[in-house]
Design a protein around this ligand. Sequence first.
Ligand SMILES: [Zn+2]
Length: 256
Amino acid sequence: MRRGNFKVRLLIGLAIVAFAFIRRCSQQETNPYTGRTQAISLSPEQEIAIGLQSAPGMAQQHGGLHPDNRYQATVDDVGNKLVNNSIANKTPYKYDFHLLADEKTINAFALPGGQIFITYALFEKLQNIDQLAGVLGHEIGHVLGKHSNERITDSKYWQTLIMGAGAIDMGAVASQIGNGTLLKNGREDELESDELGVKFMINAGYNPEEMIGVMKILKDAAGPNRVPEFQSTHPYPENRIENIKAAIEKYKNALN
Ligand SMILES: [Zn+2]
């Protein structure tokens, strides 16, 4: 390779890296509902649109909606109670709770903008209504914490950075860092959602201790019925339980 050629590539690479940094700085916002500063690139309207577009496909992957209207009504009732009694009510998001027919996959998840899902497999494992509030509260936490938005923004950032680093032959290094960072954010998302879930449970009059019961159910759900949303990027259940206990203390005291 000629020396001049390398200089050009270095300059292009540095320019792309600089662009990625500058864009990321301009994307920094303080989340009005959590107080946390995060890099986001989608407006709430875009988040809602993405969620509504993806919802039918997600439902289809889990056998569609559950046919029993009474169970669906219970999910709606608990979900709406959590929203109406918390700051979730002050957000522009359109919350909609869906019970999925899937009897095999123990899971719950949220799409950006407020589309929230729980499978029948998880629903039937829950021992009381407070645990259902725990699961739905956690998912509302993902929506209000703008976690999908943050992860989409992160992945765009790393893609640009990898492109820039690729020009100066550092692609592999950047890609490893990128993967690590994405994983780390996922774990933090789970902890933040657990904490927000506890807060919403207390606000709506549910027993927050039952969030620990949810963790125990998830921990026992091993083998083929693993919980992708809760387990793929999750911290160890022990850490989550410690975090939940701390949140219960924090928000119980805040009410006094
Ligand atoms: Zn989660």
